[in-house]
Design a protein around this ligand. Structure first.
Ligand SMILES: [Zn+2]
Length: 378
């Protein structure tokens, strides 16, 4: 078994602001992981604990079959949850050799924070659902969102690099006016976590994003991580940590900062319905997998638009989607739902809604779905 050692985090001035960074050594080779914020958020960077670095680097330790030694103060709660639950479970689910964390500086005392409540602002369906739920009258005052975040932690390109960084900056400019209209601050965090990990985003997104949030532990007492799958689909899937985020949130919370999987009981269809009534979404919803504006024709655009159509809300979103591209793909997408709903949770949810709404299936889609089924058998 090899060893990954994490050293004391420190804050350094950089070209674009300030970086929280820590050196680490893996099997004798040294490297650095960093998180960068604008100047005005320097005081939020949490150098007093190595928590963010542990949450990011445990995946690298698994990849290289290393135990972890933390040579810096660490949340005792994290040390407990990792060694007792998260590491054994991860090893089991992903069929890897178990690893352990060692640290002589575990601390039980919570860090002082500014009692902020945060969530990511991507302007997608999950993100807007979290916002709808946590800015309403019904939300208790101490649980209302006070700050938005936007991270460069893999969602702009799993392996990072300059292309992902450019997309990150472009997307920040797109979501900024939405944060302004909601009257809340937007904190951006750039990071080299993707370059360090070299792992797929889909199977690791929770740990990457929560690691970036923990870098701001002196700001947040509560952080909502939007659920990507309904609890109805809870499953310990080896290649999808999002399927068991409800468990991850408890594992990654510290003495001073609590994570919640937001809107875990809603399906994607229910979330889309919620967002379809949120006026700000008519201007800012962005679900496209291509960079920039909503193309209207990619899988995610078509899925969202078709769901909005079921609720009679297509017009409200016509300004921010290219509907010509949507109508070109619509019937093919309905065919795919009919052919593949049994193996795709999102398609299954949409089909159930179609049945509920008594949706009239176009003949082309019926025929094309038969072709798709035959093709998948052959
Ligand atoms: Zn698109």
């Amino acid at each position: 078994m090899g060893l990954l050692t994490i050293y004391q985090p420190e804050i350094l001035e950089s070209k674009n602001g300030f970086r929280l960074q820590a050196s680490f050594k893996i099997n004798g080779k040294e490297d650095t992981l960093w998180y960068e914020v604008d100047k005005q958020y320097k005081h939020c960077l949490t150098y007093e604990r190595a928590d963010a670095f542990l949450v990011a680097l445990f995946l690298l330790a698994f990849k290289n079959q290393c135990d972890i030694r933390v040579e810096a103060p660490l949340s005792e709660r994290l040390m407990y949850t990792f060694n007792t639950y998260l590491l054994p479970l991860t090893a089991d689910v992903r069929n890897l050799k178990p690893i352990k964390i060692f640290c002589d500086f575990a601390i039980n005392k919570p860090l002082d924070n500014l009692e902020a409540v945060g969530t990511g602002l991507s302007c997608g369906i999950d993100s807007f659902s979290t916002i709808c739920n946590h800015l309403t009258e019904q939300c208790p005052p101490n649980y209302k969102i006070t700050h938005f975040t936007f991270f460069n932690a893999g969602s702009n390109g799993s392996l990072g690099g300059e292309k992902a960084r450019r997309l990150f900056k472009k997307r920040v400019e797109m979501v900024k006016p939405c944060a302004q209209e909601l009257g809340l601050e937007l904190i951006t965090v750039d990071s080299n976590i993707s370059e360090v990990l070299e792992l797929g985003f889909y199977e690791t997104h929770t740990y990457r994003n929560l690691s970036a949030s923990l870098a701001l532990q002196k700001l947040f007492k509560t952080y909502y991580y939007s659920s990507s799958y309904s609890l109805k689909h809870f499953e310990l899937k080896p290649n999808s940590c999002g399927h068991y985020d409800f468990f991850n949130m408890n594992m990654l919370s510290t003495e001073g900062m609590s994570f919640f999987s937001a809107c875990p009981y809603h399906t994607r269809v229910e979330k889309t319905k919620m967002v379809s009534k949120f006026k700000l979404a008519y201007k800012y919803l962005n679900v496209c997998i291509r960079d920039g504006q909503n193309c209207g024709g990619c899988e995610k655009c078509v899925r969202t638009l078709f769901t909005l159509e079921l609720f009679g809300k297509l017009n409200e979103f016509s300004r921010i989607f290219n509907l010509q591209n949507y109508y070109r793909e619509r019937q093919k997408y309905i065919a795919k739902i009919l052919a593949r709903h049994r193996s795709d949770e999102y398609m299954q949810e949409i089909l159930e809604e179609m049945i509920k709404m008594n949706f009239k299936i176009p003949i082309y889609s019926r025929l094309a779905s038969k072709y798709l089924k035959v093709k998948s058998v052959v």
